[in-house]
Design a protein around this ligand. Structure first.
Ligand SMILES: [Zn+2]
Length: 256
C-alpha cells in the first residue's frame, strides 16, 4: 500500500476469503435447508500498524472437489494474501493477525501472513491445540508465527481504537473486536453472531460449545448495537452482499 495511514485514523476494509455451504440450522436453529455463507476477513489499517481480523479459508481448498472440497468454495485469488495484494498491501507487512477463533474458515490463511503475531484468547489456543474438534485443522493455524495469548479484553494499540473482547459460546475462546474509526464504531463479530437475525431475534444456532455462553455474547453485542455500533455479522450472505470488497468501509459505519 503506498498510502501511509497517518492522518485518517483507523481505516477498515472487508473481504470474503471463500464460502462454505452448510445446513441453515448451524446458524439459526430449526431453520430448514442449506445456505452458502462467506468467510469474512478484515484489514484494520491503524497508524501504528496493520492488523487482520480472521484469514478465511486456506488456498489448499482451491480446486479441491473431494471431502471438504464438496462444501468449500475457494476460487483462485480469493485467499487473504491475494485480497491484500489487490488492495496494494504486501502481506508481509501485516504485523497482527487477530483470530476470532481457530476454525478452518477463520484461520486458514494465517500461513500467508508470515511476519504476523497471532492474537487469540488463551482458552481458544488451548482448545484448538487439544485436537478434540474436527473444525480445527492445526495445519492451518500452527504455522510457525508467534502466538500471543490474551485473556479477556485487549487494547491492541493502547489508544482504545482496536479492542479485542471475549465473546465465547461458539467456541470456548471466541473473541470479537471493536474498531473505532472517525466515522463510528464497528464490531467485527465473527461467529458469535452469524446473521443479522441472530441478534434481531436472539436466535441461537443449533449447536455450539456452549449455547448459554452464545446467548450472553449476543446480549453483549445487542448493547453495543443499541449504543450505535455497526455490527458486522459473521456469516450473513444477505448482509455481506451489501458490503463492498476491498474498499474503505467509511460510509458503512452507521448503525442499523
Ligand atoms: Zn467457527
Amino acid at each position: 500500500m503506498s498510502r501511509q495511514n497517518t492522518e485518517d485514523g483507523v481505516l477498515l476494509f472487508a473481504f470474503t476469503c471463500g464460502h462454505i455451504t452448510l445446513p441453515m440450522g448451524f446458524f439459526l436453529a430449526g431453520e430448514p435447508g442449506k445456505v452458502k455463507v462467506p468467510a469474512c476477513c478484515y484489514l484494520i489499517d491503524h497508524p501504528k500498524g496493520l492488523a487482520i481480523f480472521d484469514t478465511g479459508f486456506s488456498p489448499r481448498f482451491t480446486g479441491m472437489t473431494e471431502g471438504l472440497g464438496k462444501i468449500v468454495d475457494m476460487p483462485d485469488g480469493h485467499n487473504i494474501a491475494d485480497r491484500l495484494r489487490e488492495l496494494g498491501v504486501d502481506p508481509e507487512r501485516i504485523e497482527w493477525v487477530i483470530n476470532s477463533h481457530l476454525h478452518l474458515d477463520h484461520a486458514g490463511g494465517n500461513a500467508l501472513l508470515p511476519n504476523a503475531t497471532i492474537l487469540v484468547q488463551q482458552g481458544e489456543y488451548e482448545f484448538g491445540m487439544g485436537g478434540e474438534d474436527g473444525a480445527y485443522h492445526t495445519v492451518d493455524f500452527d504455522t510457525g508465527q508467534p502466538f500471543r495469548q490474551v485473556s479477556g479484553e485487549h487494547d491492541l494499540f493502547g489508544d482504545g481504537t482496536v479492542v479485542l473482547f471475549p465473546t465465547a459460546g461458539h467456541t470456548p475462546g471466541h473473541q470479537s473486536v471493536r474498531v473505532t474509526t472517525s466515522d463510528g464504531q464497528a464490531v467485527l463479530a465473527g461467529d458469535c453472531c452469524n446473521m443479522r437475525r441472530s441478534l434481531d431475534d436472539m436466535h441461537l444456532p443449533d449447536h455450539a460449545w456452549s449455547l448459554d455462553a452464545c446467548r450472553g455474547s449476543l446480549e453483549t453485542l445487542a448493547v453495543l448495537r443499541q449504543k450505535g455500533a455497526r455490527i458486522f455479522y459473521g456469516h450473513d450472505p444477505e448482509f455481506w452482499a451489501g458490503i463492498p470488497q476491498s474498499k474503505s468501509l467509511k460510509i458503512y459505519m452507521v448503525a442499523d
